[in-house]
Design a protein around this ligand. Structure first.
Ligand SMILES: Cc1cc2nc3c(=O)[nH]c(=O)nc-3n(C[C@H](O)[C@H](O)[C@H](O)COP(=O)(O)OP(=O)(O)OC[C@H]3O[C@@H](n4cnc5c(N)ncnc54)[C@H](O)[C@@H]3O)c2cc1C
Ligand code: SF4
Length: 441
């Protein structure tokens, strides 16, 4: 019982699904089997406990449901919009054996919005009597770790390089997928706990983490995510080639200033981020939007629903294809030439395994190229503290308890898992907070 996607909402950059009405929420929660040892709850990396909040909704305890979500997941409102539930709680829902799974994200959104609209009491400030802890990065991992530590009465300061809190969801995820109010509500809950955020505070030079430790912070959590996009050398010297971070950030900040009317846009990449970029370009009036990916249509990493949405918006898929040449006038790309590819070895979706097929040449007129081919941690990660163990891409190595090789320094979220989901980052932040508490006690 999902609400259908509303294309007019997407065009207006409003959340693409309507919220469930009270009647819908009652009906949907009544379909729940109230499973013992509920598989939906076990499948949530952040421990949001859908079985519990659905049971509360079913027995008309709407505020109780909102409290459960907020207590278990400081980004509970954000997750209600963008969590890939079809691969997590909804996939495991016992009702699947009979009919469509329970619409868990819809119920989560209903309960979280009920709590916001009907004045759930603010979360209580922690006592701050267990010592100071520093968190680097105010994204989902950092917010979650900070919230759990504040609840355990630590005095938590987040150092954030940007001027806002929320990480990727706040900076990049398009408004037609995630409402501004949801992010703001989750941030408000974090601040109510007494967490301090120092904005425009990039931690980046050699030994800065060790300085924090000698400055009275008893432990440090690193949740800096992935901020450096991969780019293809082919596009290096052109002013109308960009990366998805710059593209999506500028749209999120001031879409009114971006005019793509009459332009042809080529998105390079085939994952969810490429689809977000392609849909955004289409909604901003681009004449043609091409999505060029090495993977063939049935191999694209993006979800089926995202691909269907892109088809509905007439995005042209050049899947199983590779750009071979850039056509340009001075430093401006005017077109792309490419060829279809086949894989040398099956199921190895990397450029080195692609073989161009003779006679499949194509050529496209293009005014803007957006590269959405992945990200890695920022360069400063390797400099955080002399000797902090990372792999060659800058991904931080941690033990099972999220502790790095430096005692007292913990890490989690995308900078550790290489890029996953908001709910995974929240789960990492929570578990790291438990480990920090054990370490300090
Ligand atoms: C376009 C896009 C769409 C996505 N869609 C979804 C989705 O639909 N569902 C989903 O679950 N996931 C989605 N993801 C993935 C999800 O956003 C990430 O997995 C999640 O944000 C990771 O959280 P994090 O806290 O580890 O990192 P981030 O969200 O990257 O947060 C890191 C924070 O650290 C700050 N920081 C970085 N370096 C420093 C420094 N040196 N000093 C101080 N601060 C620093 C950054 O400014 C940022 O605020 C999407 C990602 C992208 C890019
Ligand atoms: S698994 Fe499905 S049916 Fe069972 S408690 Fe969770 S939502 Fe309800």
């Amino acid at each position: 019982m999902k609400k259908p996607i509303n294309l007019t909402h997407i065009e207006q950059f409003k959340p693409m699904r309507e919220p469930l009405s009270l009647q819908d929420a009652i009906k949907e929660s009544n379909r729940c089997l109230l499973c013992y040892d509920a598989p939906c709850s076990e499948a949530c990396p952040a421990g949001t406990d859908p079985a519990k909040f659905i049971r509360q909704l079913r027995f008309y305890n709407y505020k109780g449901a909102a409290r459960t979500i907020r207590k278990n997941n400081i980004l509970g409102s954000v997750c209600a919009f963008i969590c890939p539930v079809e691969k997590l709680c909804e996939q495991k829902c016992s009702v699947v054996a009979l009919e469509d799974p329970i619409n868990i994200s819809g119920l989560q959104r209903f309960a979280a919005e009920y709590g916001k609209d009907f004045g759930l009491e603010p979360l209580q400030k922690g006592l701050k009597n267990k010592g100071k802890v520093a968190v680097i990065g105010a994204g989902p991992a950092g917010m979650s770790c900070a919230a759990e530590l504040a609840k355990k009465n630590y005095d938590v300061t987040i150092f954030e390089k940007e001027s806002s809190c929320g990480g990727v969801p706040e900076l990049m995820i398009p408004d037609f997928r995630l409402s501004r109010e949801a992010i703001d509500y989750d941030i408000k809950n974090l601040l109510d706990l007494g967490v301090e955020i120092k904005y425009n505070s990039k931690v980046g030079s050699q030994d800065e983490i060790k300085n924090l430790l000698s400055d009275g912070y008893k432990a440090v959590f690193v949740g800096t995510g992935l901020s450096e996009p991969y780019e293809l050398p082919l596009f290096n010297k052109y002013s109308n080639a960009t990366d998805y971070i710059s593209f999506l950030r500028s749209i999120k900040k001031s879409k009114e200033k971006i005019n793509l009317k009459g332009k042809n846009v080529a998105i390079i990449g085939g994952g969810s981020v490429a689809i977000d970029s392609a849909v955004s370009a289409a909604v901003l009036g681009a004449k043609k939007v091409y999505l060029i990916a090495l993977e063939h249509l049935d191999e694209l990493p993006a979800d089926k629903e995202e691909i269907n949405l892109a088809h509905t918006l007439n995005i042209i898929f050049k899947a199983g294809s590779q750009v071979t040449e850039v056509m340009a006038k001075e430093n401006q790309i005017t077109g792309l030439k490419g060829k279809e590819i086949e894989w040398i070895e099956p199921n190895k979706f990397i450029p080195a395994n692609a073989k161009q097929i003779d006679g499949t040449d194509f050529s496209l007129n293009v005014d803007l190229v957006v590269q959405a081919i992945g990200t890695k941690p920022g360069e400063e990660i390797k400099k955080f503290a002399f000797g902090l163990k990372t792999d060659e891409k800058g991904i931080i190595a941690v033990k099972n308890n999220y502790e790095t090789n430096i005692p007292g320094v913990f890490a989690g979220g995308d900078v550790v898992n290489g890029g996953a989901t908001v709910v995974q980052a929240v789960g990492d932040g929570k578990k790291a907070a438990e480990s920090i508490d054990s370490y300090l006690c």
